[in-house]
Design a protein around this ligand. Structure first.
Ligand code: FA5
Ligand code: MG
Length: 503
């Protein structure tokens, strides 16, 4: 497999040194694409509200038609069951579960400290309704509002989030996150030391576990994972970090113990699933926390990233008028957890209205493993093309087979020098645009899209790419004619929109 440049999907799989060079190379501005599949209407009506469109609008109807399903609160839905299970590990927290998904650029990015040239703001990664309004890319978009409300020390917030992303069995353009936060008000204590003592006391009461945890790095590191020394003493950050990590480890133990029980009860456990649960903490970067980590879980022979977290950025709390609060926050992917819990093999299944799927889950009673009800054959088709001769600049294309998540829309590392006017900039070719074409045409009848070949002609210097599109419906066998028809339309769009030459 050939890796041309780094797309958002496996960015984190690269060593930090490489990320730096790859990131700066892959975001250089070149061409401007037209994002509208069809002529963009003047207004978009979303959940009864009209929004004017403009040249930033890139949200397709196929995405808007998923808006408002609220799977995370649908009774007996596996995402809702998962949400409740996670919530149950945070007793006393207030649970916010009904916040609408249309937010401002300020909520999603500015208020969280995203720099104005952060790649997450790019239209290749984020669905814009217009230049000021977008579909939230993460539940963190509500942090400042919830902190400002100040209605509880601890809270969770679950919701649908939207990202222009790869197409495969663990990525879908709409998924669900749960944000969680706990803060302590230092001004409510006699001294900062007294506040720290209270945090330690709370830490001591957290459930203990015998999980194997790899945590090789120091709590903070001046370059890689800094202490916010303007606001926090090292001791304060240490105890907040310890409280955070122990709380999340406890949550994961509870969830995976439930998964194990369901697995054993189903009599389906395989050798690899008998591996003991292991967790590791990996240093991370988010504009809204420092220091920051991601938690990865060893599951069936692989490390799977399940959440991001850290000590809350103090300027963020100050923006929310919480001058003296200190605390932690995390963001977890509910589909990732639900897929592990129930053994659900394909992320598209969560959207199924098929009773053969939905009837398998219940809020009451013990958790049961998902039993596949049908398997329909895949229909692979390749699209191989030459990029236009005139194309200068960067191509973002690679094989999206990673379990890591897209960093851009929700944080991501920005250690390289910022690109000029990045939000205005466009790439020569970004594979997320191909993903979007395929999703728009094939809908849920596509399982996977991946780069299988890439080369540059030695004489003409032209770049050739070949993607394999795996068409497969979860509900029925697709006919050859309908697959061919979809595929021809995909090829036609590629020619029409990118000026590629099909090989
Ligand atoms: C964020 O979204 C941060 N806002 C999380 C956070 C919150 C950090 C609060 C610190 C404090 P990230 O992009 O890594 O980070 O996404 C968080 C989690 O969402 C991932 O660990 C993963 O479990 C899930 N996730 C991300 N992208 C996808 C996707 N395309 N499909 C399914 N799950 C995903
Ligand atoms: Mg991540």
């Amino acid at each position: 497999m050939v890796r041309l440049a780094c797309s958002s999907v496996s960015f984190w799989a690269l060593p930090a040194s490489l990320r730096l060079s790859v990131r700066s190379a892959s975001v250089a501005p070149v061409l401007r694409h037209s994002y509208s599949q069809d002529a963009t209407p003047r207004n978009l009506t979303i959940a009864g509200t009209d929004y004017p469109t403009d040249t930033w609008t890139n949200v397709p109807q196929s995405i808007l038609s998923q808006y408002g399903r609220k799977l995370h609160i649908q009774p007996d839905h596996p995402l809702s069951i998962t949400r409740k299970l996670v919530e149950s590990r945070f007793p006393g927290f207030r649970n916010h579960n009904t916040l609408p998904g249309v937010v401002t650029v300020d909520q999603n990015f500015d208020s969280l400290g995203f720099t104005s040239d952060h790649p997450g703001r790019s239209r290749t990664d984020t669905y814009y309704i217009n230049k000021d309004t977008l579909l939230r890319t993460h539940t963190t978009a509500h942090e400042v509002d919830v902190f400002r409300q100040n209605s509880s020390d601890g809270w969770t917030l679950s919701a649908d989030v939207y990202r222009r992303d790869a197409v495969d069995r663990s990525h879908y353009p709409v998924f669900h996150q749960m944000e969680g936060a706990l803060t302590w008000d230092r001004s409510a204590f006699a001294s900062r030391q007294a506040c720290m003592d209270a945090i330690r006391e709370s830490f001591d009461k957290l459930p203990k576990h015998d999980l194997v945890v790899e945590d090789p790095n120091p709590t903070f590191h001046a370059e890689r994972n800094p202490l916010q020394d303007k606001y926090h003493s090292a001791d304060e950050a240490e105890i907040v970090a310890a409280h955070l990590k122990r709380s999340l480890e406890d949550m994961v133990v509870a969830i995976f113990t439930a998964a194990d029980k369901a697995l054993i009860a189903s009599g389906q456990s395989s050798e690899s699933e008998k591996d003991p649960l292991k967790v590791r903490w990996v240093e991370a970067f988010f504009p809204h926390t420092s220091p920051s980590w991601e938690m990865e879980v060893w599951w069936r022979g692989d490390w799977l990233e399940v959440l991001g977290c850290g000590v809350i950025d103090q300027p963020l709390l100050i923006r929310a008028n919480q001058l003296d609060r200190i605390g932690w926050a995390f963001g977890i992917g509910l589909e990732r957890i639900a897929m592990l819990l129930f053994g659900i093999p394909d992320i598209r299944l969560f959207w199924s209205k098929d009773p053969r799927f939905l009837k398998q889950f219940t809020d009451a009673g013990p958790m049961k493993r998902f039993q596949p009800f049908s398997k329909h054959p895949p229909a692979p088709r390749d699209v191989a093309f030459w990029l236009p001769k005139t194309l200068k600049g960067d191509v973002v294309a690679e094989t999206p087979a990673s379990t890591a998540s897209a960093p851009n829309s929700a944080g991501g590392q920005q250690t390289s020098s910022p690109r000029n006017n990045a939000v205005e900039a466009e790439l020569a070719f970004h594979e997320n645009d191909l993903m979007e074409i395929v999703r728009t045409i094939a809908g849920d009848s596509v399982e996977d899209v991946r780069l299988i070949d890439s080369f540059t002609h030695p004489k003409s210097n032209r770049r050739s790419l070949c993607y394999r599109i795996e068409y497969r419906s979860l509900e029925r066998t697709l006919t050859t004619e309908e697959v061919n028809e979809m595929h021809e339309r995909v090829c036609g769009e590629m020619v029409g929109r990118f000026g590629v030459e099909i090989r």
